[in-house]
Design a protein around this ligand. Structure first.
Ligand SMILES: C[S@@+](CC[C@H](N)C(=O)[O-])C[C@H]1O[C@@H](n2cnc3c(N)ncnc32)[C@H](O)[C@@H]1O
Length: 279
């Protein structure tokens, strides 16, 4: 295991959601709630012992650590993220677990350096929605795959289909503001609509498209996922001028009200899992 970058990097320019300990904790919870779905996609893609894999935009590496366990000591995992803080934390955790097969590297994915044909597989989850232009990143990842190597991509598909039931006008205003905050930084919360075509256009055969859609009900483990995200992010939308303080309060009140409604549920943002094979 190697790691570059310092956990105390003062130069850190975090992505939209930040790289502080709250965001690290959110990503850990999010990974735990979706881990079975990730394992299922990796099984479908045939990721297994001895494979050489890449995790693009790995964050603090909760998936990368499990990929490293999956490929075992004979395999390799290269985990790449622009955040020195996340990469530092991942390098430390990989060292603690004795996962010498994991290399953690600070790098922007737009400048990704890979030996051509050197990888059996690549994984990118919740990365492309933040990128102004996915195409050069897809091309770089595909160039690193050997022929027959598999690319697994997971991202948001149709953010507008997110809905709280019974309907909540205050939550609908929040959704519109979240969508706009992504758009302002060049990201796209509907990027999953375009990704299959872009991946096919980069020299891959689409093997499978897997729907990643769930309902979250108050009182269940999955309910923590939207609650943690919206209660953390809505105050930032107020700071950014995309919501008023009163709209923030109205959202919090309606959300808490739904938590006491036995019939309430959230249609979580639909996502797509894409499994593709390099020709
Ligand atoms: C929502 S997190 C997802 C982390 C991880 N893939 C997961 O599934 O838990 C998005 C990650 O993408 C990284 N990221 C965003 N834009 C990037 C870029 N241009 N180059 C490298 N990493 C980037 C962020 O630093 C962050 O760690």
């Amino acid at each position: 295991m190697t790691g570059s970058g310092s956990a105390e990097d003062a130069q850190e320019e975090p992505y939209l959601l930040g790289t502080d300990s709250d965001e690290r904790h959110r990503l850990e919870t999010q990974h735990r709630l979706w881990a079975d779905w990730a394992h299922d996609l990796w099984d479908r893609a045939g990721f297994g012992p001895g494979d050489r894999l890449l995790d693009l935009g790995c964050g603090p590496g909760f998936a990368a650590l499990e990929l490293a366990e999956r490929v075992g000591a004979e395999g390799r995992v290269l985990a790449v993220d622009e955040s020195a803080r996340f990469i530092g934390a991942l390098a430390q955790e990989a060292g603690r677990r004795g996962l010498a097969q994991l290399t953690a590297r600070v790098e922007r994915v737009e400048a990704l350096r890979l030996d051509p044909g050197s990888l059996d597989g690549a994984f990118a989850r919740w990365l492309f929605c933040f990128l102004p232009d996915p195409v050069p990143v897809i091309e770089r990842a595909v160039s690193g795959l050997r022929s027959g190597g598999r690319l697994v991509v997971w991202d948001y598909l149709n953010y507008n289909a997110t809905a709280l039931h019974p309907r909540s006008p205050a939550f609908e205003r929040v959704l519109a503001a979240v969508y706009e905050s992504w758009r302002r930084t060049g990201g796209d919360l509907n990027v999953g609509e375009r990704l299959p075509g872009l991946i096919a256009g980069a020299g891959c055969r689409l093997v499978e498209l897997v729907p990643l859609a769930r309902f979250a009900r108050p009182g269940t483990a999955l309910w923590q996922w939207p609650t943690g995200f919206f209660f953390g992010y809505v105050p930032k939308l107020v700071e950014a001028g995309l919501l008023t303080a009163a709209e923030c309060e109205a959202f919090e009140a309606e959300w808490r009200e739904r938590e006491h409604d036995p019939g309430a549920f959230l249609s979580a943002p639909p996502m797509v899992g894409i499994i593709a094979e390099k020709r």
